[in-house]
Design a protein around this ligand. Structure first.
Ligand SMILES: [Zn+2]
Length: 472
């Protein structure tokens, strides 16, 4: 049991039902729970006092879709499209990952989450080719003091195959969901009219596990998959639809009517090509939204980026649609406050965890303090939601608590062995690089550039003659 902790004098974004914001307020944590929120709280003797003045105290953030196993290849695919990603991970090199490589990626990604104030992360773990890979994934998640959900998947086999594998069933006999490590099944629905995924949904039902699925991904999954799920009764409130970027109104209505939620990974959708980041459509249907960062092989595990990108993409779409009709957007339909909610309560809703995502007595003590006294960006603090969404970044995360335990303090992770992490990542990189060979390694990282056409320009600057002057 951790010592009590009190964060003093911050701007507190409670994210409670009425989104109460308190100035110069305290948050008291005892054991694994928040026990009080308010001004000048009395704290038990021996409580750790943390000065939150000038900072923002908010609930721990939640990422509902990240392929953590890919993190040992951090940044390698920065210039990929979805096709290059599929070839690399699904068809070619992803098969080479050993259990220790999954472990390495998960371990780094898990610490990366805590570093960024992401206290709960769904590990969308679709590289589990064997149960040994799955055990390695769990070992890594269990070695880091964050809250995680292992979404078990295997892109190298059909979901109807691997969910029926006795070894996989024995994995779920050995592991059941806990407060700090939840479980889901992760697989996609191709839209094949024979609906082979039916057996996998039945396995999920039998195991009592929610399903998370990449839905509405251009060229990969579409309305047929949603319709098949709906017709067979597998669209449930605990189902997560990741991306959901290229779906019709009919599919959004089926999702809305069955209570599931959409995990929007805006940086991913913008860059990889799953479809336009869908919040501008999704919010018109009242479908619950959470945010995600997908994979650090392209982007970061920093959910501040997700909030920023999501606001920008949603607003860009509203402007473009208005301009196409000759109109102007005079008032934004999406506020910074909404993306902060999606990053906190939204994630809690997706995971059916009412005890996460807000700061109130009785809630689990997952708490983040954003404060950086040595940065000119930390003041003035006028609009705290705007500050979180557009001004802050993970380096400004000063303190993080998970389940009442301080895991980041004074801007540094507590108890992390970065040298060991570095060695673990280097081992995986050395192994994959030698397996691939230098040429495949380099061409995988730097795909051929697409040809771009330079447009003809009738104006030549050498012809320009300023009024009353000579040629410029
Ligand atoms: Zn994904």
């Amino acid at each position: 049991m951790s010592d009590p902790v009190v964060l003093r004098g911050g701007t507190v974004l409670t994210m409670d039902d009425s989104h109460t914001v308190l100035a110069d307020a305290d948050v008291l944590v005892e054991g694994d729970r928040i026990t009080a929120v308010g001004p000048r709280l009395a704290a038990p003797e021996g409580a750790l006092e943390i000065d939150a003045s000038g900072g923002i105290v908010m609930p721990g953030m939640i990422d509902t879709h990240r392929h953590m196993w890919q993190t040992a290849m951090r940044g390698y695919g920065a210039d990929w499209t979805l096709t290059q990603y599929f070839v690399w991970y699904y068809l070619e090199h992803g098969r080479k990952f050993r259990p220790q490589d999954v472990y390495a990626g998960n371990l780094i990604a898990a610490w990366e989450s805590l570093e960024a104030g992401v206290t709960t992360t769904v590990d969308w773990s679709h590289g589990l080719q064997t149960v040994d890979h799955a055990e390695a994934a769990v070992d890594a998640l269990s070695a880091v003091p964050g809250r995680f959900v292992l979404a078990y998947g295997n892109i190298q086999a059909g979901p109807w195959e691997w969910t029926a594998d006795p070894a996989v069933r024995s994995f779920f006999a050995r592991h059941s969901a806990t407060d700090l490590l939840g479980l889901q099944l992760a697989f996609d629905v191709t839209g094949d009219p024979a609906f082979p995924e039916k057996a996998a949904f039945e396995a999920a039902r039998e195991l009592g596990l929610p399903v998370t699925t990449h839905a509405g991904v251009w060229g990969a999954t579409n309305d047929d998959g949603i319709r098949l799920m709906h017709e067979h009764g597998f669209m449930t409130p605990e189902t997560t639809y990741v991306h959901a970027a290229t779906l019709t109104t009919d599919s959004y209505q089926r999702i809305a009517a069955t209570g599931g939620s959409i995990s929007v990974a805006t940086e991913s959708e913008q860059s990889a090509g799953q479809g336009y980041p869908p919040t501008w459509q999704v919010r018109r249907h009242g479908i619950p939204v959470s945010l995600s960062q997908d994979t650090s092989v392209w982007w970061s595990g920093d959910i501040f980026s997700a909030m920023r990108a999501t606001l920008s993409a949603d607003r860009a779409r509203e402007h473009l649609d208005a301009h196409a009709k000759g109109n102007t957007v005079t008032h934004h339909p999406l506020r910074a406050e909404q993306v902060v909610e999606w990053a906190t309560r939204g994630g809690a809703g997706t995971l059916r965890r009412d005890d996460l995502g807000s700061l109130a007595p009785g809630q689990k003590a997952d708490v983040v303090l954003i404060k950086n006294d040595s940065s000119p960006v930390s003041f003035p603090l006028l609009n705290p939601y705007g500050h979180v969404a557009f001004q802050a970044q993970r380096g400004d995360v000063h303190t993080v608590l998970v389940n009442g335990r301080v895991v980041k303090r004074d801007s540094r992770l507590v108890g992390v062995d970065l040298d060991a992490l570095r060695r673990t990542a280097a081992d995986t990189v050395d192994y994959l690089r030698s397996e691939l060979g230098e040429q495949a390694w380099a061409s995988g990282m730097f795909p051929d550039l697409a040809a771009t056409e330079r447009l003809e320009n009738p104006y030549q600057y050498t012809d320009y003659r300023a009024p009353g002057g000579s040629a410029q």
